[in-house]
Design a protein around this ligand. Structure first.
Ligand code: SIN
Ligand code: MN
Length: 203
């Protein structure tokens, strides 16, 4: 796999097409096993509204949200353990994150054709010196990145299947979100939709 060079996006490092098609297919097979062990669920916002993105996780922790707020929990909301992070996913982290520690959470977000994710910061982790690494699979997603403070100008880029994005250093706490996906732009998944993985050190 020829390493593509990183493109800077407000201090984030974007690796367009880092994963070729066979690597994407292998990852999807790993993720099917994760979803079989830890089914997707729809978290609720603090305000009690179900999110349009469905989620699950692998690793020591998964992210969870309800009226009590946003937090990491050490078991699936159904009661069972989170499955281990697949080796292929760990290898990506070790190759691209530049982090000193291994991830403790691989959050899996599933976007159906109408799902989106509002601008937010990833700040439920204890150590902001550790980056967040994101992997996009399936249909294109319109990623918006803003500033550390709320408001101000933003930039948007389409994240495509196989793209990897590292949010680290000064970019670790930038606001970001997904405005929409473009259903049918990828043939990787059997139905329209997008999978995003984010790998995080939690503690
Ligand atoms: C996230 O911020 O958790 C997900 C971003 C994405 O779906 O690309
Ligand atoms: Mn995020």
């Amino acid at each position: 796999m020829p390493p593509s060079s990183a493109v800077a996006l407000r201090g984030m490092a974007l690796y367009p097409g880092w994963l070729d098609r066979p690597a994407q297919e292998a990852l999807v097979a790993d993720l099917r096993a994760v979803i079989a062990a830890a089914p997707l669920f729809a978290p609720h916002t603090r305000w009690g509204k179900p999110m349009s993105v469905r989620m699950t996780a692998a690793g020591r922790f998964g992210w969870y949200s309800d009226r009590r707020g946003y937090r990491y929990i050490d078991h699936h909301p159904g009661g069972g353990p989170w499955p281990p992070i697949p080796d292929r996913v760990l290898a990506l982290w070790r190759a691209l994150s530049g982090a000193s520690r291994d991830p403790e959470c691989c959050l899996l977000n599933w976007y159906g054709p109408d799902a989106r994710m509002g601008l937010h910061q990833d700040r439920d982790e204890a150590d902001f010196t550790q980056p967040v690494l994101s992997v996009s699979l399936g249909d294109d997603g319109l990623f918006r990145v803003g500033n550390q403070e709320r408001g101000g100008p933003t930039e948007s880029v389409w994240l495509r299947s196989g793209d990897v994005l590292v949010m680290g250093g000064a970019a670790r706490l930038l606001h970001h979100g997904i405005d929409r996906i473009a259903p049918g732009t990828s043939t990787l998944l059997p139905a329209p939709g997008r999978i995003n993985l984010t790998l995080r050190v939690v503690t």
